[in-house]
Design a protein around this ligand. Structure first.
Ligand SMILES: Nc1ncnc2c1ncn2[C@@H]1O[C@H](COP(=O)(O)OP(=O)(O)OP(=O)(O)O)[C@@H](O)[C@H]1O
Length: 250
């Protein structure tokens, strides 16, 4: 069996006593030629360290908008967002990318690996950008992460030579490169067959056991056996937040 210990610089989680995610009164409006469109209409959320939370809801309910605000990819019209103890809504543009690179790992439906770089080089991107590890250590760390994901032998191939499931494992290795306490995933199993998707969800569950917090947008699968909690969005508001099979309450 392969070593499941993640090569890490820290603990894997947020600092002790720090809430993973706290959202208060988030409103997100988009300005359209026809007028303002409200995508999020006042969302409050509390997510604790080590939770694996699924954000569900119909198409257009605001799931991706919420995830992008948590990642600091987009900014709220009003409201407050604290992620791993940082007031994301208050960060200046110049601070956001560096903060995100160290704090948040992003996983997408279509993997978004750079096609002209090898798998290992893709995993090194966040380390190169944030200079989190000495240059001489980055490739070794990338290889260790790929080993952890079970695809070490794919390290020097281009992403196009990998299966979808292998590409998503490479994308998760990249998301973990800087040892972020928070993972944000937008439909991470949406482009995978159900068996491969289940393996991915199990991997996420294992990562939360290390203290990492995962927020995953999903709309097509029953993920209840993997997650600690489900939060339903409807028309830009939290419509329901339920306990999971694991019994964690909202
Ligand atoms: N950049 C934008 N400009 C204008 N409207 C937008 C923009 N991004 C999202 N919206 C609108 O905001 C609403 C919420 O979109 P969002 O992508 O967050 O929904 P979703 O729940 O993730 O949907 P899906 O499950 O289809 O991905 C939708 O009505 C969408 O059309």
């Amino acid at each position: 069996m392969r070593d499941t210990t993640l090569p890490a610089s820290g603990t894997g989680g947020v600092d002790p006593g720090t809430q993973a995610i706290r959202v208060r009164g988030i409103v997100k409006e988009y300005n359209l030629s026809s007028g303002a469109f409200t995508a999020l209409a006042g969302v409050d959320l509390d997510i604790e360290a080590g939770e694996f939370v699924a954000i569900v809801g119909r198409s257009g309910s605001g799931k991706t908008t919420l995830l992008n605000l948590l990642a600091g990819i987009d900014r709220p019209t009003s409201g407050e967002i604290s992620v791993a103890g940082t007031a994301v809504h208050a960060l200046r543009e110049a601070e956001l990318a560096a903060w995100r690179g160290r704090t948040v790992g992003l996983v997408f439906q279509f993997f978004q690996l750079l096609p002209t770089l090898t798998v290992a080089e893709n995993v090194m991107i966040p380390m190169d950008f944030c200079r989190t590890f000495p240059a001489g250590e980055r490739r070794g760390r990338a290889l260790a992460l790929l080993e952890r994901m079970g695809i070490a032998e794919q390290a020097d191939k281009l992403p196009s030579a990998l299966s979808g499931g292998q590409q998503q494992r490479a994308a998760i290795a990249r998301a973990l490169a800087n040892d972020p306490p928070i993972l944000l995933a937008d439909e991470p199993t949406g482009n995978l067959d159900s068996q491969t998707g289940d393996a991915m969800l199990q991997l996420f569950t294992d990562l939360t056991a290390e203290g990492r917090t995962i927020v995953m947008v999903t709309h097509e699968r029953d993920v209840s056996r993997y997650i600690s909690r489900e939060i339903t969005l409807a028309d830009g508001r939290v419509a329901g937040a339920g306990a999971s099979a694991a019994g964690v309450t909202a």
